[in-house]
Ligand binder design. Structure first.
Ligand code: COA
Length: 390
């Protein structure tokens, strides 16, 4: 039985910052952001969007009534959780109107957890072939104003339906994974911005990639030539390239050119959205699927997932025939077209506009937030969500 990604939905908040203008405001050469980091725009979440609403908005795009009935497991990968106890999965289970006979759980391991969700979903469907699983990666990446990490922020969510006979990508059984307890990036409970040892995290990202890639080749006997394309976790678009270039010499020149060209395609969306942590690898996969003009059914795609702290995994999928007919290209074009640029001053105000830390009652003005699902406020320490479609 083939199991894999049947649908992918994506949502990013409607505000964005131009990276050239951000660089100028910080007194930095814009080429550092657009070439050195590889980002053109950065999505910015207003206070009316959090990990739950971003995820619900991404999922609403793809779920039909059959999915809502058949989904009996919701796996919500995030490192922007809104509660230590209640999972974000339960909130979206309600907001999406899913079948009540379901398991709903939040998964955490930095940017890696949506990948854990996909692998768990695969096991669940192997045991329950009629089921579908909703896997989410949803985050708001916050490093702080005028910090070295500022240019690698972003916000957004990817929602994937995992099922048997998937229409997009069948996930193969072989995969290699690696855990090591390191402090490259973390966010203590008392902080709403991340702590990061940036250079160390870059180095470890590549080290973990080389480790799982070597083990994968050893386990499977496959080589670079077996891959039509490789997708990477993309905290910023230069990062995946730094890892990819370490192995390009293992293949022919033509293979290297193919992988490099597909890598460029795979980062088109990420260049405009920035870092969305758990969803970044899958936004990159989505960009590759929606923007390439040469990949075909039967092609093998490699995926490298990395979550600081750290866990890395290399796994693969086979592209399904006719996958192009099951994408939401027009909706994603519309989503990007409808976004509104904000000035650096406005970005700084929106960044500072956060919920009261003590949970006091707040009512939010969502008149400028066009999203279907938004956060309308906090009452009795409970977040109040609204789905405009209901
Ligand atoms: N034109 C073109 N490139 C330029 C440039 C210019 N004028 N000025 C600098 N650059 C390049 C640098 O050479 C460097 O490229 P390289 O990494 O290929 O050597 C790149 O821009 C970044 O410059 P650097 O000085 O290293 O940036 P930084 O110290 O401000 O921090 C990060 C960059 C990524 C470490 C920082 O943004 C960060 O900590 N981000 C969060 C952590 C993260 O995303 N980790 C990834 C693994 S999960």
């Amino acid at each position: 039985m083939e199991i894999g990604i049947d649908k992918i939905g994506f949502y990013a908040p409607h505000y964005y910052v131009d990276m050239v203008k951000l660089a100028e405001a910080r007194g930095i050469d814009p080429d550092k952001f657009t070439i050195g980091i590889g980002q053109d725009e950065m999505a910015l979440a207003p206070v009316t969007q959090d990990a739950v609403t971003l995820a619900a908005n991404a999922a609403l795009q793809v779920l039909d009534e059959v999915d809502k009935e058949k989904i009996d497991l919701v796996l919500f990968g995030t490192e922007s959780g809104i509660d230590h106890s209640k999972s974000a999965a339960v909130y979206i289970h309600h907001l999406l109107g899913l079948n009540p006979y379901a398991r709903s759980i939040e998964l955490k391991q930095a940017c890696y957890s949506a990948t854990a969700g996909i692998q768990m979903a695969k096991g669940h469907i192997a045991l329950n072939p009629k089921s579908k699983v909703l896997v989410i990666g949803s985050d708001i990446a916050r490093y702080g104003l005028a910090t070295p990490g500022e240019s690698t922020q972003g916000a957004g969510a990817v929602a994937m339906v995992i099922s048997k006979d998937p229409k997009l990508l069948a996930i193969e059984n072989e995969s290699t994974y690696f855990t090591n307890d390191i402090m490259d990036f973390w966010r203590p409970l008392y902080s709403d911005t991340a702590c990061v040892d940036g250079k160390f995290s870059n180095e470890q990202y590549i080290h973990f990639f080389n480790t799982v890639w070597e083990k994968y080749k050893e386990q499977t006997g496959r080589s670079l030539e077996d891959f039509a394309a490789l997708c990477y976790h993309v905290p910023y678009t230069k990062m995946g390239w730094k890892a990819l270039r370490t192995i390009l010499e293992e293949g022919t020149e033509a293979c290297g050119e193919r992988l490099r060209a597909h890598y460029e395609t795979s980062i088109q969306y990420n260049r405009k959205v920035g870092n969305i942590y758990t969803g970044s690898l899958y936004l990159s996969l989505l960009s590759l699927l929606e923007k390439n003009d040469s990949l075909k059914g039967g092609d093998r795609i490699g995926l490298y997932s990395y979550g600081s702290g750290a866990v890395g995994e290399f796994f693969t999928g086979i592209l399904q025939h006719g996958y192009q007919q099951h994408l939401y290209v027009n909706q994603h074009e519309e989503l990007f077209k409808a976004r509104q640029e904000v000035s650096v001053e406005e970005y700084e105000e929106i960044f500072a506009d956060t919920l009261p830390a003590d949970g006091s009652t707040t009512s939010l003005d969502a008149a400028n937030d066009p999203a279907a699902v938004y956060l309308s406020g906090v009452e009795d320490h409970k977040r109040i969500y609204v789905n405009r479609n209901n």
